[in-house]
Design a protein around this ligand. Sequence first.
Ligand SMILES: Cc1cc2nc3c(=O)[nH]c(=O)nc-3n(C[C@H](O)[C@H](O)[C@H](O)COP(=O)(O)OP(=O)(O)OC[C@H]3O[C@@H](n4cnc5c(N)ncnc54)[C@H](O)[C@@H]3O)c2cc1C
Length: 425
Amino acid sequence: MNIPKTDKKRVVVIGGGFAGISLAKKLKDLDVQLVLLDKQNYHTFQPLLYQVSTSGLEPDSIAYPLRKVLRKLNNFYFRWATVERIDPEQRRVITSKGDLSYDFLVLATGTKTNYFGNKDIEKYTMPMKSVPQALNIRSLMLQNFEKADDCVDEKERNALMNFCIIGAGPTGVELAGAFAELKNNVFPKDYRHLDISEMQIHLFEGGPRILPPMSVKASKKALQFLCKLGVTVRLNTIVEGYDGETLTLKNGETIASKNCIWTAGVTGAAIEGFNKDVLVDRINRYKVNEFNQVEGYTNIFAIGDIALMQTKEYPKGHPQVAQPAIQQGELLAKNLKSLLLGKEMKPFRYYDKGTMATVGRNKAVVDLKRAKFGGFFAWYIWMFVHLMALVGFRNRVIVFFNWVYNYINFDKAARLIVRPYKPKE
Ligand SMILES: Cc1cc2nc3c(=O)[nH]c(=O)nc-3n(C[C@H](O)[C@H](O)[C@H](O)COP(=O)(O)OP(=O)(O)OC[C@H]3O[C@@H](n4cnc5c(N)ncnc54)[C@H](O)[C@@H]3O)c2cc1C
């Protein structure tokens, strides 16, 4: 890899997500050479991916070029590369674009979709972890509606208009609410010769309640909202298989659907090269100490979703959401400075700012330490927090105007099939 050699220490960061960019931004005063590697050349604001999937926003309003985020940093290099392996003994990373040595390595690779070993589910359902995947869902949905409008066979038409979302965490709930809004407000105007009541939205959850990471109060409220919007929520229901046409439940029941979206779990996007003991089975997160140092190494750190820091308060690690990733990135910048100056590092303490999820227009739930509530005010807070958290002023302005336009007009305007999706056979 063509990165100039200097006498400065080289910090290599893998991943320009919430954790990676929070760290990199805070390294601006540190006299090191910073190299950021990412398989995408942009940062993705994952919390709003569902709005791209459901035609509410265009992808360029929730993604931001990584070179632009960090262009004010001195001694900063970005390389668009997938890291394939790490050689901790030689202090090298092996990437799709060549090898690179490091003095300090930061793993901030986040997570990938977890199919729990079910190959058919992996092949045929639609994941939603990246911009291309969100666009695939949008294209498939619109293509299937175009087909349904021209379809005389009732069974086939129902399958084209049936939506199944598997996993009722925040992503599944937000997605189901957004599909329901398309059904209630947008599609009846676009497809005037279709009976839109044939569009069914099913949300499946293996556990006893939706939004399991949130309070029981929030789950109940969100369930009420979804039912009001016309979503069929199936709790304690395990999805066992899908072949691209038919979804099969554990109890043997089948549902014909050509739109199945998998939001039922994630696993760490770990990179090969470490001793197996460093990774925790199933969840694939790197075990780290309270300074985010990967077990057994003093110069390798893991931050964000990929890091498993087990504490008294969080015995299963911190929640895999944006705040721990941002806070760990910011603290690690300070700790790297301390390390270089021979000072003591500070341990990480998570400050939980609360959790929230939206179900649709005027409908959201918020869990704060001191208050738990739902409805219009919660929705307003949800919008404000997400707007402020977006990377880039331009993106904030575009998203704000889109939301105002959509709110006033009961519309979701990004209904373009730009790159048709070819379902797997
Ligand atoms: C659909 C969805 C909705 C969400 N909604 C919310 C929400 O409302 N609120 C909330 O707080 N959290 C939400 N989250 C979770 C939140 O997005 C994550 O917790 C957060 O992104 C974690 O940050 P991170 O930096 O650890 O990883 P990420 O943001 O995932 O970044 C990882 C980066 O590493 C790169 N990368 C991975 N592997 C490699 C490799 N081998 N080589 C090079 N680059 C690599 C990726 O391209 C990516 O840019 C949501 C997540 C999803 C998927």
